[in-house]
Design a protein around this ligand. Structure first.
Ligand SMILES: Cc1cc2nc3c(=O)[nH]c(=O)nc-3n(C[C@H](O)[C@H](O)[C@H](O)COP(=O)(O)OP(=O)(O)OC[C@H]3O[C@@H](n4cnc5c(N)ncnc54)[C@H](O)[C@@H]3O)c2cc1C
Length: 414
């Protein structure tokens, strides 16, 4: 059987894979980009509510590693400093893509996420990248004794290919219906790599007896909170919006903290982050004529009526809701304040990969070169994007990692 050859084969035509293919191709390298899905860049298409939050201005120089979770977050520094948010913005400007900045430095397309896919495809075309979509890779073998062809791939419908460099850009496990697979992790293991523990991240959290406790009646209620988890040096907090859903809690605050949440750990939610309620409730009650529930509504006007009503249905507070604020004992007021400023609850789990935006964990970064993303165990083998043990915050950080790691590998093979 004829064996076809490209200098570099990239498996996975998502964010990282298309970027790496384009960069390598434009450096004169012959590149084949393979994806088993018939449509490429599906995660880009559905991202950011269809507008793709493609990067974040916080990744313009400086130390971006605090926005990433990994066994070694510092691993991301060289790649992020060699390809910054501004570099990606410049690429979009070159293609006249209009964008805007939202909350906390997040950049979105004005028009549609398709603009980003079009830019990457155009860049691949400029680099002469050849494509095979709807093409599954069945086996990969390392070849020995020939530096020009170090790998051989059997594909389901595009023959047998050899290459010098093989870039794995198959992403994580989230949203299997649009083509996510564990293929990259299997290939990593085949070549002796460690794959760290995998779990859904940037994901809604679920709680036991949600309906029984009446929370489903509050589905749709949103409010700004401070959410935290972990203790001591491992404590992490986010000030963001929380949304109550039929299954549990979601919204940006919960998605962010889910990146850090460990099974059986509690979450602390401060639902009045700007008010010290212990002080406000105990010192403000003197001579007050209003009812306690009215007083709380005035002290925390961002809490909806439905939420306050639900709070006062708890047995500890129900008898006091309609009492005159001044008559409520300090002990009760302190308990009420603590329940709101430090609402503590332990998730049962997450909504899983069906709803997760990303996968936490992946190919151990200690076994990869942080300048090039090349394996330290197998020359010519690269891992980029979400398949690696690098998980970004919500807000464009994951795409910037896909671009930056893709550029690093694309430059290295070129
Ligand atoms: C709903 C949703 C919204 C998101 N919104 C944002 C956002 O706004 N901003 C942000 O920064 N991040 C966002 N993310 C995360 C972001 O999409 C990913 O981190 C990013 O796409 C990872 O890029 P990647 O190239 O590593 O993987 P992917 O983009 O997932 O690409 C992997 C590619 O590999 C292909 N593939 C998988 N298995 C195989 C196989 N066996 N053979 C061949 N090909 C294979 C897939 O078909 C896919 O095309 C979102 C994710 C989701 C699910």
């Amino acid at each position: 059987m004829t064996k076809l050859f490209k200098n570099t084969i990239v498996i996975g035509a998502g964010a990282a894979g298309m970027m790496a293919a384009a960069v390598a191709g434009q450096r004169g390298v012959s590149v084949l980009l393979i994806d088993h899905a018939s449509k490429i860049g599906e995660k880009i298409r559905i991202s950011g509510g269809g507008r793709c939050n493609f990067t974040n201005v916080n990744l313009n120089g400086g130390d971006g590693s605090k926005h990433f979770i990994s066994q070694n977050p510092r691993f991301v520094r060289p790649a992020l400093s060699h390809y910054t948010a501004q570099d990606f913005v410049q690429l979009l400007k070159n293609h006249r893509v209009k964008y805007h900045e939202k909350h906390k430095g997040q950049l979105f397309c004005d028009h549609s996420a398709q603009d980003v896919i079009d830019v990457l495809q155009a860049e691949c075309a400029t680099g002469g990248v050849e494509w095979r979509t709807g093409c599954a890779v069945k086996n990969i073998r390392a070849l020995t004794g020939n530096d020009a062809a170090r790998f051989e791939l059997d594909t389901a419908n595009a023959g047998v290919w050899q290459c010098q460099n093989l870039i794995i850009a198959t992403g994580g496990l989230s949203i299997p219906v649009i083509g996510a697979t564990g293929f990259g992790f299997e290939i990593a293991k085949q070549f002796g790599h460690t794959v760290t523990e995998l779990s859904p991240a940037l994901v809604p959290l679920v709680f036991g007896q949600w309906a029984e406790k009446g929370w489903t009646n509050l589905a749709g209620v949103a409010l700004p909170v401070r959410v935290s988890t972990g203790a001591g040096k491992k404590a992490t907090a986010f000030d963001e919006d929380l949304l109550i859903s039929h299954k549990g809690l979601t919204g940006p605050a919960i998605l962010q903290i889910s990146n850090y949440w460990q099974t059986s750990e509690a979450l602390r939610v401060d639902i009045c982050p700007d008010v010290d309620l212990t002080d406000a409730l105990t010192s403000g009650k003197l001579g007050a004529r209003v009812q306690l529930d009215t007083a709380l509504a005035q002290l925390a006007p961002h809490l909806s009526k439905r939420l306050l009503q639900h709070w006062f249905e708890q047995p500890a507070f129900a008898p006091h809701a309609k009492r005159k604020w001044a008559d409520v004992p300090d002990k009760v007021l302190k308990e009420l304040a603590a329940s709101l400023n430090a609402w503590t609850l332990t998730p049962n789990g997450t909504e899983g990969y069906k709803k997760a935006e990303v996968t936490r964990g992946g190919v151990a970064v200690s076994e990869l070169n942080n300048q090039t993303m090349e394996s330290r165990l197998q020359a010519g083998l690269y891992f980029i994007g979400e398949v690696m043990d690098v998980t970004g915050w919500l807000g464009g950080y994951n795409f910037q990692w896909a671009w930056a790691s893709g550029v690093a590998a694309g430059r290295a093979v070129g």
